[in-house]
Design a protein around this ligand. Structure first.
Ligand code: ZJS
Length: 237
């Protein structure tokens, strides 16, 4: 089946870009309105953590259960849980949060195939543009927790790391859950990127790698407290 054309794909169409000239100007307003909707819906949110992970994680699998436990632990610690609103690891984290009585948020994305928000979301939004949605993940969360995932998950992970490394955001905790899954990547970052000085030791220290949901949540709490103290002037920037 031929994939449906999405709004995002029109924007990124390089072949017909002359034809899109007029329409792209209008598109800018649509993008603006998507930002406004996001700010409007999310600015009153309690402290929240974004959880990322594969859309393909199977319900009942160990990775799904890890996502559920993470969502639940974050909710019990008082954090809202924000995901991409889709299936798999996103659903698992939303489910854990909802079942623990927390606030479960899903920021969905228009895709070329049929897609709806998962069934465990209290506050849901659908975005047309990936980049607008990504702004919301960063702006409205205190930390990123990353479950095993593919390209989409890597994109979200490395965006956060780049923002911290370039000091666009400060001390934003990034936790990778799933030692077995992620340790190959961490080894490569250390042995290749760090070894050839493309990143620094300090950059690697931005990431906590663990299988332990409680350790992940404790880390997020500790970093959030530091940021709160910093904002209230108790700590030097
Ligand atoms: C079965 C399937 C592919 C469904 C796709 N449905 C999706 N719905 C919502 N967010 C998504 C989806 N696919 C990728 N993402 C985004 O990319 C990440 C997962 O991508 P991946 O599966 O690791 O690469 C998620 O954290 C999410 O923000």
């Amino acid at each position: 089946m031929k994939p449906k054309i999405t709004t995002d794909s029109h924007l990124l169409d390089t072949v017909h870009r002359h034809e899109w000239k007029q329409r792209d100007a209008w598109r800018a307003l649509r993008i603006l309105s998507e930002f406004v909707d996001g700010f409007d819906n999310l600015s009153d949110l309690e402290p929240a953590v974004s959880v990322f992970g594969s859309a393909r994680t199977k319900p009942g699998s160990s990775e799904y259960l890890l996502g559920e436990r993470l969502g639940s632990a974050l909710a019990k610690a008082g954090f809202g849980v924000i995901t991409g609103g889709g299936p798999g690891a996103m659903e698992a984290a939303n489910r854990g949060a909802r079942e623990a009585g927390g606030v479960s948020i899903g920021l969905g994305i228009e895709l070329p195939f049929e897609q709806r928000l998962n069934d465990f979301i209290d506050l849901g939004m659908d975005f047309r543009y990936f980049f607008v949605r990504k702004t919301m993940f960063v702006k409205y969360s205190q930390a990123f927790c990353v479950l095993p995932g593919g390209f989409g998950t890597m994109d979200e992970l490395f965006e956060a790391l780049t923002l911290v490394q370039t000091k666009k955001i400060t001390r934003f905790p990034v936790v990778l859950l799933g030692v077995d899954y992620w340790s190959g990547l961490i080894d490569w970052l250390r042995d290749r990127m760090l070894h050839t000085t493309k990143i620094t030791e300090e950059d690697l220290d931005l990431i906590l790698l663990t299988d332990d949901v409680d350790e992940a949540v404790a880390h997020v709490i500790k970093e959030s407290e530091y940021l709160r103290d910093e904002a209230s002037g108790k700590k030097d920037v």
